[in-house]
Design a protein around this ligand. Structure first.
Ligand code: GDP
Ligand code: MG
Length: 437
């Protein structure tokens, strides 16, 4: 799972007691991927990881915890917070309490109406009444009767009446007269958001003034769920969200996106077709579910994938024979660029992240270097020793850089060659791999 993989990545990457900016950035990239895999909207995932990063930087690692675990905890806490923190209850203060279901056709309104009635009956000692306000399909009324029968809850309907406002109002009267203390109003949905449906549910909503207006959404619809939620919330200003079809391995990212966009709590989840497949929504559990979903590949694994082993062997040979030149340097840079940005790379070199903490590294740090090397002749590239003052001036002019920059690169190149030679031993092997050499 995510926690294990992050710990592994951290174990390889670091040994210090603090989470540094670079390894947090690396790791959060994986977290972001996990979120995207779980269907969280891109911008939300990005903002989320940015916030976690801010919190994580500089935070001391408790001695009992692995840094990876600490970061996972930060991520989990933030996710939990984002999904509402605490469990949101349902308002049952009315006499009777009126609960209105809204949502698209097929989202699971009728099924959830039954589940909620069953839950209130068996767990909360309530006497619920189910109301059939889906006037468009006779089968819809029939469906609610089947549901009601299966749980022993009465269903109110007026098959001849085509006015859902009247039906709902009459149902509430019926409830008052017959000792029902909860009225659950099941409504008609359409396959997509349309004006007529919105106007109808708005009329019902206004007429019956429910204690709870619930928006029911199919968790499997992913990003679409967010747009639908927004449309319904704009009209109804609903009180809570019901996430259905969260059974099996359905990804739950939509939950996070919906909560973020409409800022309403998720109250229940549906986890199956049966009447007892209803769960109170626990933000913590959902956070765990989302994090567990994405396959988080550790940075180290990624690095190994992207570095060409063959290339690495060739370069190693060249270094051994003192033939490492600027062309090789250039291909190293290209390898590094494939990896991602410079900060990431530095973070992967043990110890370097600490040393480079205050150094501002730009993503296009290689731009000048590449320009300079491109201005060199083949001889200059393979035998850097021939580059004298005159050649340096020409290279600087050709690459649009200053002679100091050329000097600096020459010096860096020398140091790097030296370092690479030193790292030929077994101890330097991993670092060599990291650097593509
Ligand atoms: P409505 O059109 O909004 O009233 O949706 P329904 O309640 O008729 O549900 C549409 C379909 O989704 C039905 O086949 C239900 O059995 C199914 N369904 C509803 N909730 C769940 C759930 O939580 N899990 C699963 N697997 N299926 C569900
Ligand atoms: Mg229905």
């Amino acid at each position: 799972n995510l926690s294990d993989k992050l710990d592994k990545a951290f174990h390889i990457l670091k040994g210090h007691g603090k989470i540094t900016e670079v390894n947090v950035a690396d790791t959060l990239k994986e977290v972001r991927r996990a979120l995207l895999d779980a269907d969280v909207n891109f911008k939300i995932a990005k903002d989320f990881t940015t916030r976690v990063k801010e919190k994580a930087i500089g935070q001391d690692v408790l001695t009992t915890l692995q840094p990876g675990q600490l970061l996972v905890k930060l991520v989990k806490d933030e996710l939990t917070e984002l999904m509402g923190g605490d469990v949101a209850g349902i308002n049952l203060s009315g006499t009777p309490s009126v609960i209105l279901m809204s949502g698209l056709q097929g989202s699971g309104k009728t099924t959830f109406s039954g589940k909620l009635a069953n839950y209130l009956l068996t767990k909360k000692n309530k006497k619920p009444l189910l109301v059939a306000c889906d006037i468009y399909r006779p089968a819809a009324i029939q469906q609610l009767y089947v549901v009601g029968d299966s749980i022993g809850v009465e269903v109110y309907s007026e098959p001849e009446n085509k006015n859902p406002v009247e039906i709902a109002q009459n149902a509430i009267k019926h409830a008052k007269a017959n000792g029902f203390n909860v009225v659950i109003v099941d409504t008609a949905g359409r396959l997509a958001v349309d004006k007529e449906m919105m106007e109808e549910i708005a009329r019902v909503h206004k007429a019956i003034q429910p204690q709870e207006t619930l928006f029911v959404v199919d968790a499997m619809t992913g990003q679409d769920a967010v747009n639908t939620a927004k449309a319904f919330n704009d009209i109804l200003n609903f009180d809570g969200v019901i996430l259905t079809k969260l059974d099996g391995d359905t990804r739950g990212g939509a939950a996070l996106s919906i909560k973020t966009v409409v800022n309403k709590p998720i109250k229940f989840v549906g986890t199956g077709e049966k009447m007892d497949a209803i769960d109170v929504f626990y933000p913590v559990r959902m956070a765990e579910r989302i994090l567990g979903m994405g396959d988080v590949v550790s940075l180290v694994e990624r690095a190994q994938e992207q570095f060409d082993e063959e290339e690495a062997r060739k370069i190693q040979k060249k270094i051994a024979k003192n033939e490492f030149g600027f062309d090789d340097f250039l291909s190293q840079i290209q390898q590094v660029k494939k990896m991602g940005n410079m900060k990431d790379l530095v973070g992967m070199i043990p110890g370097a992240s600490k040393a480079m903490k205050d150094v501002e590294i730009e993503d296009d740090a290689f731009k000048h270097i590449e320009a300079i090397i491109h201005s060199m002749t083949p001889i200059e590239r393979s035998k850097p020793a021939v580059i004298d003052v005159k050649r340096k001036a020409r290279i600087a002019k050709g690459s649009g850089t200053k002679i100091e920059q050329v000097n600096q690169l020459m010096k860096q190149f020398e140091q790097m060659s030296k370092m690479m030679k030193m790292m030929q031993g077994p101890g330097g092997k991993n670092l060599m791999k990291m650097m593509g050499g």
